[in-house]
Design a protein around this ligand. Structure first.
Ligand code: 13P
Ligand code: SF4
Length: 313
């Protein structure tokens, strides 16, 4: 029989946090029990902004690798811990820094906008990062006659291209394995079953899914919309971890997760985010490892593109 030791783990984590002056930052896609022990819970943009101002000796990042790297870029003097360094991201992995440098060299004079879901090496080759919260503002901040490279998410890129009508934009061909898996057929069937429900969609989804949405936005924007739009029922087309925060914020409303194409794979779960557990957080705090370390030259180059993003928030 499996023993539930989560209460004991939570107590250990709380004690270690106090003893080591540690702040835990967590993304909404992590497991509900991980979200519960976080000092700050947010989407990618909010977490980057928070990382630069935390009052602590140690930041423990309960999220995927690129998020912890971003915190280290912004806080080089702090120890940044990652409980599960194997927790990657299919978007970040779809864009290797060497390949991206070769791609960039084919487009001289282009301004490079990269989604924050990239490695530090790609950020170092970027003029300004963005998240799904501020991608539109970031692209709009670039003069219309300056061509743009947008990487690595082709779906977010084409969504922004459609909103801006910008022709002079080339897209890197990357995607998120979670957001690409939703089935249009199953989504339309759910819509017929729940005609009063609003369909909320993350822009990392494929264009034909975005097209049937009542609202398209980042994790934080979707959460806000569910509180303000007046509807009581929502079909949620994004990673399923967000449901915990939706239910916490709006206990009277109903949230239906949209199914992926292959329901046996549970691919509306980010397998990387779910690798972060109370067990590996406690061990990481105890050992003060694994820790993020970065080459200083690369860090400085990446910092410029992240700070440019935060300025456009
Ligand atoms: P946001 O947190 O910007 O909505 O991004 C979603 C995501 O896929 C994070 O990896
Ligand atoms: Fe990366 Fe997609 Fe997971 Fe976000 S949900 S961390 S984009 S794989």
């Amino acid at each position: 029989m499996k023993v539930d030791n989560s209460a004991e783990l939570r107590r250990r984590i709380e004690a270690l946090k106090r003893e080591k002056r540690t702040v835990i930052l967590a993304h909404y896609y992590t497991r509900p029990e991980v979200q519960q022990i976080a000092d700050f819970l947010g989407d990618s943009l909010a977490l980057s902004v928070k990382a630069q101002s935390v009052d602590a000796d140690i930041i423990l990042f309960a999220g995927v690798h690129f998020m912890a790297e971003t915190a280290k870029v912004l806080c080089p003097d702090k120890k940044v811990l990652i409980p599960c360094p194997e927790a990657g991201c299919s978007l970040a992995e779809s864009c290797d820094a060497k390949d991206f440098a070769a791609f960039k060299s084919r487009y001289p004079g282009y301004r490079v906008v990269s989604y924050v879901n990239t490695t530090v090496g790609v950020k170092a080759l970027t003029d300004v990062c963005c998240t799904s919260s501020n991608a539109l503002k970031v692209v709009e901040s670039i003069p219309a006659d300056v061509p743009v490279i947008f990487a690595p998410d082709r779906n977010l890129g084409s969504y922004i291209q459609k909103l801006t009508g910008r022709q002079n934009m080339v897209l890197w061909n990357g995607a998120c394995h979670v957001h690409e898996e939703f089935s249009l057929e199953k989504l339309l069937a759910l819509k017929r079953e729940h005609p009063g429900a609003k369909v909320v969609v993350h822009p990392e989804c494929r264009p034909y899914i975005v097209e049937v949405a009542d609202f398209v936005g980042s994790t934080a924007a979707i959460l806000d919309y569910c509180g303000t739009c007046g509807a009581d029922e929502f079909i949620v087309v994004t990673e399923s971890g967000i449901l915990a925060e939706m239910k916490r914020r709006y206990p009277g409303k109903s949230f239906i997760p949209a199914p992926p194409d292959d329901e046996s794979c549970a691919c509306n779960n980010c397998k990387y985010m779910k690798m972060v557990t109370l067990e590996n957080i406690a061990a990481c705090l105890e050992n003060e490892a694994p820790e993020i370390t970065l080459d200083e030259e690369v860090r400085r180059a990446a910092e410029r593109s992240i700070r440019n993003m935060i300025a456009i928030r």
